[in-house]
Design a protein around this ligand. Structure first.
Ligand code: TEU
Ligand code: CA
Length: 556
């Protein structure tokens, strides 16, 4: 399938728990999303992706599903969902759900049954193994969220596999009944009219035969070589396309944990008939060496350029990527890649110029359009994310670092940074809720909120709207071929994008200082279509860029 709506369309990721609380219980909900459809339409969004909205005990905020066909009561009812879907479609927008199919919740009835006995018909929906002779777990696999990936079940004397928390048992995709259950759940939502799925950790669904021990090569490499890309993975993805996706005008978007540019094509190349696109993690993890809260490297622009280039080349004319600079699993984009203090607005805008001119479907994470920043959580009691909490607790045992250092790392890289409630206005709790929200609101909501920015023509919000508007009527943004200029320049990222006779030139100053750049051809102010500063000095072919200045010039 080769529809262009998902290539050209802009995706907006909503983390429902933190988006908008319509009934003031401190938790965002579906009616809260409905209330903000005007806002999203005005922003020029085409596709909404909702992080999981299904029933869940919320050990991992919905990424632990206990019923694939029911709405989480805290988020509302099926009627609310149907209304959201209808109203989204009425505005010409699409709605995409999050399919978490590698694992479910330990409170799902499948797992509750499976635990009852070894011969329960649901037992084989999961991965069970006997202990080693010393009683230990069957292999050395580690959970993404710390500790062993195996949990001992007293009653049956066996371990079950959970690559995430112990409340997220991995489903056994070898079992055709499991595949059937998941495919039927997908059809249930697609039949309602949902327009596709973002597929959570889909590269992990096929496990390696015999569960071999992982070599000691760093967690990232272990994910690639041992957890992801298992032997039957592509068979399952083809089956999913054949039995489900193919029959609908809907897309499948892989969350690409464990995929690298060498094997990406196996997932998304058009001739493979598997998935439509994927998010790779290389940009999002470009400062993370092995895993979160471990060693990190400083931001390096040339490295970022090389990642973009590598991926672009890998899928060129064969497959399609999706491009995200932030999501609910990482710290805030402007805090990581820009300067969220002195050049907050400038760098937020510049990053969006980059993002909106890179290849692949453009993906905006809620709040980035107003430049929301990381938060400082003052004590561990304010931390909500299970990944951060597990890390903190593990450290209390191992004493690898001081408690203060652990909290500092959580504040730097933890997922709560991106999950603080959306900042709508400068009223109590940023207008998210009138009661205390489930996670602290960033105290900077007085300054950073949608209403203040709505009223300011130079705001980040209005800049996003404007760029998206221009992008809609300029296919070169989406389909143009990229060519780099001054590739080795450590502070300026410059590239052209060309489609037929039309060429744009993007110039981005990733620096707190002024930087000079020599234009490849003579330009005048008439060539400028986007500029995040009010002025620009043309001095023949040399331009002098201000800190974090970003420009798009157009030539015909
Ligand atoms: O994330 C998968 C994933 O790989 C992340 O755990 C990522 O590696 C990590 O956050 C970076 O440190 C997906 C979801 O996006 C995440 O929210 C879930 O917790 C996870 O799957 C389990 O479903
Ligand atoms: Ca609510």
């Amino acid at each position: 399938m080769n529809f262009s709506w998902f290539k050209k369309g802009t995706i907006y990721q909503i983390y429902p728990r933190s988006f908008n609380d319509s009934n003031n219980d401190g938790i965002g909900d579906i009616r809260g999303i409905i209330e903000k459809l005007d806002y999203l339409e005005k922003l020029n969004i085409d596709i909404l992706w909702l992080s999981p909205i299904f029933s869940s005990p919320n050990d991992d905020n919905g990424y632990d599903i206990s019923d694939y066909r029911a709405i989480m009561p805290e988020f509302g009812s099926m009627r609310d969902f149907d209304e959201l879907l209808e109203k989204t479609h009425k505005r010409g927008m699409k709605l995409v759900l999050d399919l978490v199919a590698n694992h479910c919740s330990d409170e799902h009835k499948w797992f509750e049954e499976a635990k009852k006995s070894k011969d329960n018909p649901f037992r084989d929906y999961f991965h069970w193994k006997k202990p080693l002779s010393n009683g230990g777990p069957p292999n050395n696999w580690k959970s993404f969220f710390g500790g062993s990936a195996w949990e001992f079940d007293e009653a049956s004397g066996e371990y079950y596999l959970h690559l995430f928390t112990r409340k997220q048992p991995d489903l056994n995709w070898e079992n055709p009944k499991v595949r059937e259950e998941i495919f039927n759940a997908m059809k249930f939502w697609l039949d309602k009219g949902v327009d596709g799925f973002r597929m959570d950790v889909i590269p992990l669904i096929s496990k390696r035969d015999g569960y071999p021990n992982a070599p000691d090569v760093g967690f990232r490499k272990v994910i690639e070589d041992v957890y992801a890309n298992g032997p039957k993975l592509h068979e399952y993805l083809k089956e999913m396309r054949e039995k489900v996706i193919r029959h609908y005008d809907a897309f499948s978007l892989a969350e690409g944990v464990g995929i690298n540019h060498d094997n990406a094509g196996l997932y998304i190349n058009n001739d493979r008939e598997e998935l439509d696109m994927l998010y790779h993690f290389d940009i999002l993890e470009c400062t993370i060496v092995n895993g979160k809260f471990e060693e990190s490297s400083p931001f390096d622009l040339v490295n970022m350029k090389s990642i973009f280039k590598k991926w672009r080349d890998a899928v060129h004319q064969k497959g399609w990527l999706a491009n995200a600079m932030g999501n609910h699993d990482f710290a805030r984009m402007v805090s990581r890649f820009g300067n969220d203090d002195k050049y907050w607005a400038e760098s937020a805008k510049m990053l969006f110029i980059m993002q909106s001119t890179q290849n692949g479907t453009l993906n905006i994470y809620q709040g980035d359009e107003i430049g929301m920043t990381n938060i400082v959580l003052e004590s561990i009691n304010e931390v909500r994310d299970v990944q951060s909490l597990n890390f903190y607790e593990e450290n209390l045992v191992t004493q690898k670092m001081s408690k203060e250092r652990a909290l500092e790392l959580i504040n730097k890289e933890g997922r709560d940074n991106a999950r603080t409630p959306m900042q709508w206005n400068d009223e109590i709790n940023g207008g998210f809720s009138i009661v205390e929200p489930w996670l602290k609101v960033n105290p900077n909501y007085n300054k950073i909120n949608t209403v203040t920015q709505e009223n300011d023509p130079n705001s980040i919000l209005n800049f996003y709207r404007n760029v998206l508007n221009i992008r809609k009527s300029n296919d070169v943004f989406v389909y143009g071929d990229v060519e780099e200029l001054e590739y080795d320049n450590p502070s300026i990222y410059a590239y052209t994008k060309t489609l037929d006779e039309i060429r744009i030139l993007v110039i981005l100053n990733f620096s707190d200082n002024n930087s000079k750049f020599t234009l490849p051809k003579k330009c005048t102010n008439k060539n400028i279509i986007v500029n995040n500063y009010e002025s620009l000095m043309f001095d023949n072919e040399v331009i002098n860029l201000k800190p974090y200045q970003g420009l798009i010039l157009k030539f015909e």
